[in-house]
Ligand binder design. Structure first.
Ligand code: HPA
Ligand code: ZN
Length: 320
């Protein structure tokens, strides 16, 4: 039995497996520039974050209808249940869909349908977090925020920040995060993946985020680490992703043990499992093997995942 855990850093679009991409392409009459799922999978060799994002946005074009989003999320939740996931806080990228002419309401309705059945079908509680694409202007994030308002506190629990990091510092989104805070939403942001520790600092100080997604480069700034530890700000670490996007040379070089040693509230997550070689159970097994993590450290990671979640205390106890 895999250890019960919460998954807190998971892009639903990044769970699109090549086989489902081909099935949806066929159903929706979309031409993919690959001849088979195998050929597509062979293209998953990335140099950096941007080379991954190029393929990730291209492949998303097969997602067109409300049902497509339900099917995508249902496939993830089925796999996540087998990975021991009891609670999932799931990112989606509204602007990547609305820019292609897919209605925001179709995306949210489609995802929510799968999420609302997840308790009964898979024993998984869920939250949905809407991410802003940081390489687009804040005006686009603000328009997306306003369009999504009817879903706040119902389908949508929080906002996040993803896509190309370097050159797009957190402070660029100060206004939309201030509005999200006023609306009572949870706040998270990707920072310190390819960008330096100063992006993590800015996400904390300017955006006021409750968690940092990735955050591995925080380790370059001992004062920042001290503060993250003292405030128990969780970091949602994604080991396979860091290796595949070459933020870390090999799994054996990953800073996760040093992060735990420093007292950081680190968690292990899969990010975009269809692209990075494994779901969250496989990330756990990978770090156990490559980094020699002990049973106690694996249990600490699982415990951290529930503490770092947006579950209320009573829900947390039930899920764990
Ligand atoms: N980093 C930034 N943006 C993303 C990622 C990631 O790992 N996955 C999907 N969008
Ligand atoms: Zn991510």
């Amino acid at each position: 039995m895999p250890i019960p855990k919460a998954e807190l850093h998971l892009h639903i679009e990044g769970t699109l497996e090549p086989e489902l991409a081909f099935a949806l392409a066929h159903r929706n009459g979309v031409d993919l520039p690959y001849s088979s799922p195998e050929q597509l999978r062979a293209a998953y060799a990335f140099d950096d974050l941007q080379s991954f994002l190029d393929l990730y946005y291209q492949l998303m074009d097969v997602l067109r209808t409300e049902d497509d989003f339900t099917e995508l999320a249902e496939a993830y939740l089925t796999r996540a249940a087998a990975a021991g996931v009891r609670h999932a806080e799931i990112f989606f990228d509204p602007q990547a869909h609305t820019a292609r002419g897919v209605e925001l309401d179709d995306v949210v309705r489609g995802l929510s349908r799968a999420l609302s059945r997840a308790g009964e079908r898979h024993g998984i509680s869920t939250r949905l977090i809407m991410c802003f694409l940081r390489d687009l202007p804040q005006e686009s994030a603000l328009a997306t925020f306003e369009a999504a308002r009817p879903w706040f506190g119902r389908a949508i629990s929080g906002v996040g920040l993803d896509s190309a990091e370097v050159g797009h510092p957190p402070a660029k989104f100060a206004d939309v995060y201030a509005l999200a805070r006023e609306a009572g939403l949870h706040l998270v942001a990707h920072a310190g993946e390819e960008g330096g520790p100063e992006y993590v600092r800015e996400a904390l100080d300017v955006l006021g985020v409750e968690r940092i997604d990735h955050g591995i480069r925080s380790m370059e700034d001992p004062e920042l680490v001290k503060e993250l530890v003292a405030r128990r700000v969780p970091l949602t670490v994604c080991p396979f992703s860091n290796v595949r996007l070459r933020c870390v040379d090999t799994l054996a070089d990953h800073p996760l043990p040093a992060m735990l040693e420093a007292g950081l509230v680190a968690t292990v997550n899969s990010d975009d499992p269809a692209y990075f070689g494994g779901y969250v159970d496989e990330n756990f097994a990978g770090v156990e093997r490559a980094l020699g993590l002990t049973e106690d450290q694996l249990r600490l990671l699982a415990r951290n995942s529930f503490e770092a979640s947006f579950l209320e205390d009573d829900e947390e106890r039930r899920a764990a």
